[in-house]
Design a protein around this ligand. Structure first.
Ligand code: FAD
Ligand code: NAI
Length: 477
């Protein structure tokens, strides 16, 4: 006999678990089926984001920044410490502790909201009357069958593989291996100077590795505003010390038990370089393995994403899909917002997720963050704009922190003054970008930001100054 639910969510990442909680809040009987197992073979909710993505990467970034600070920054404060050492095992233990704590937190939230927490692989089996039949299996054996009026697919993504180069997470690593290295490699190669390459490259560089990043594109961070991207390239190569090579064509890669040799071409010249470990971070692909798309005629698009309309509805009645497995940026907060929106749509509400105001953050040091259109996009779209920029160089709070480096750039419509984009590199800009998101959601003008009181001394004063500069009345510029 199948268990009956109003809503079954398949996938317990930031898309799926949030959708399940919201659906339960709205009064639906809800189950969430998730297949993830941690390295000890135990179920662990939270998906890629919590287990092998956003959260562990930020934990290691912080550890590595602390290690860097004690060696290179504390002396400026008059603090000396005798020979700093890094205990990688302890660092990983701390990271794993954060994951366990948050995963247990999601289980607690499921209990609190009466979401049935079902471990296993969820497979769409068939339509039965008005309901969908879902089979749950674990280690190849069927452990449960569920029936639901609505199904929310939130199965996430997996790392894109380089053809002919299998990741073994020993010598050739994807995100999982890059977050679990048991020792600092002497020479670390990274393929792809995207978000993972830059974040993970920064971690291991600060812990002592020589890091070379090989990037196919000729432009660094092509999706970012190029003024900020250029400043980022300089900071990450000169200050962090990453060796980033752009416009590279990767050739044969050979891994032995001790080394990985990467052949590549750059400016028409052939190179071969040997690394002790290689991270492959060349993007991610939607994960529909085991979902049973064919069993029920679920439509995928030409790139393998589950095809959805603007409301995250698939081609099948009552089946929705959200997060990394559908079009749009592969970001945890995008997945969660789609999850909330779908649950509310099932309840007959009319929520809206605006892709134009999704913030992006790259947690390097300095951090890079933006929301809205870049200057390049505005030019390409023929939109007349004005801009204001301001730096962290003279900001009192940034100086006090010892991180007085970076820029905030505000772009506003030349005619209406409405804010169209906010781009930044600098200390804690992951937090500052929220001011841009809120302003843009409220359709604020740059004058609104310029007239809002910002605390002194605070990093947010640089955003304030950028808004003043857009009207050519910066006070400190
Ligand atoms: P996922 O988090 O991938 O969760 C999907 C879940 O579904 C998994 O648990 C999977 O095991 C399970 N599953 C799959 N198929 C089935 C099935 N058939 N049955 C049952 N369960 C199934 N994003 C940010 O916004 N900020 C960051 O700082 C950030 N850092 C990142 C760092 C790294 C190293 C990586 C790899 C990603 C990072 N991301 C970040 C991206 C973020 O992790 C994803 O956008 C987010 O996890 C997508 O959420 P999701 O719920 O769609 O899918
Ligand atoms: P990415 O899309 O950010 O970067 C991949 C990079 O690899 C690109 O610059 C691309 O040009 C390059 N590339 C592709 N094929 C290549 C090849 N054959 N040779 C050399 N370079 C090649 O993807 P990444 O870093 O793997 O991350 C995946 C996704 O995870 C991101 O797009 C992002 O959505 C998410 N993420 C978000 C984070 C955040 O929000 N802070 C952190 C980490 C990941």
């Amino acid at each position: 006999m199948s268990q009956q639910f109003d809503v079954v969510v398949i996938g317990g990442g930031p898309g799926g678990y949030v959708a399940a909680i919201r659906a339960a809040q709205l009064g639906f009987s809800t189950a969430c089926v998730d297949a993830f197992k941690n390295p000890e073979g135990k179920p662990s909710l939270g998906g890629t984001c919590l287990n092998v993505g956003c959260i562990p990467s930020k934990a290691l970034l912080q550890s590595s920044e602390n290690f860097h600070a004690i060696q290179h920054e504390f002396a400026n404060h008059g603090i000396t410490a005798s020979s700093a050492k890094i205990d990688v095992a302890k660092m990983l233990e701390r990271k794993n502790g954060i994951i366990s704590k948050n995963a247990a937190g999601i289980s607690f939230l499921f209990k609190k909201n009466k979401v049935a927490n079902i471990h296993g692989l969820g497979t769409l089996k068939a339509r039965q009357g008005e309901k969908w039949l879902i089979e749950v299996s674990d280690n190849g054996a069927v452990v449960d069958t569920l029936e639901a009026t609505h199904v929310i697919l939130a199965t996430g993504s997996t790392p894109r593989q380089l053809p002919g180069v299998p990741t073994d997470n020993h010598m050739v690593l994807d995100n999982e291996g890059a977050l679990a290295l048991s020792a600092v490699p002497k020479r670390l190669g990274v393929i792809g100077a995207g978000v993972i390459g830059l974040e993970m490259g920064s971690v291991w560089k600060r812990l002592g590795a020589e890091v070379t990043i090989l990037e196919a594109a000729p432009t660094f961070l092509a999706a970012a505003d190029q003024q900020i991207a250029k400043e980022a390239f300089k900071a990450l190569t000169k200050d962090t010390g990453l060796d980033i090579k752009l416009g590279v064509k990767i050739g044969e890669i050979k891994a032995t038990k001790k080394h990985v040799t990467v052949n590549y071409e750059l400016n028409g010249e052939s190179h071969a370089v040997e690394f002790d470990k290689l991270i492959v971070s060349i993007g991610r692909v939607p994960n529909t393995a085991g979902l049973g798309a064919d069993n029920v005629g679920l439509q995928l698009d030409e790139r393998g994403f589950i095809a959805v309309d603007d409301h995250c509805h698939t081609n099948l009645p009552g089946i929705w899909a959200i997060g990394d497995v559908v079009r749009g940026p592969m970001l945890a907060h995008k997945a969660s917002e789609e999850g909330v929106a779908v649950a509310e749509r099932i309840a007959g509400q009319k929520p809206h997720v605006d892709f134009g105001v999704i913030p992006w953050v790259i947690y390097t040091s300095p951090e890079i963050a933006w929301v809205g259109k870049t200057e390049e996009q505005l030019k390409a779209e023929g939109i007349e704009y004005k801009k204001g920029t301001s730096g962290f160089g003279a900001n009192g709070r940034a100086l006090g922190m010892g991180h007085a480096q970076g820029t905030v750039k505000l772009l506003a419509c030349a005619k209406t003054d409405r804010i169209l984009g906010l781009h930044m590199i600098g200390p804690m800009v992951s937090e500052l970008v929220s001011e841009g998101v809120v302003s843009m959601e409220f359709k604020a003008a740059s004058e609104d930001l310029a007239r809002i009181i910002h605390a002194h001394p605070s990093l947010s004063e640089v955003v304030h100054e950028a808004a003043l500069a857009a009207d050519k009345r910066a006070l400190h510029g």
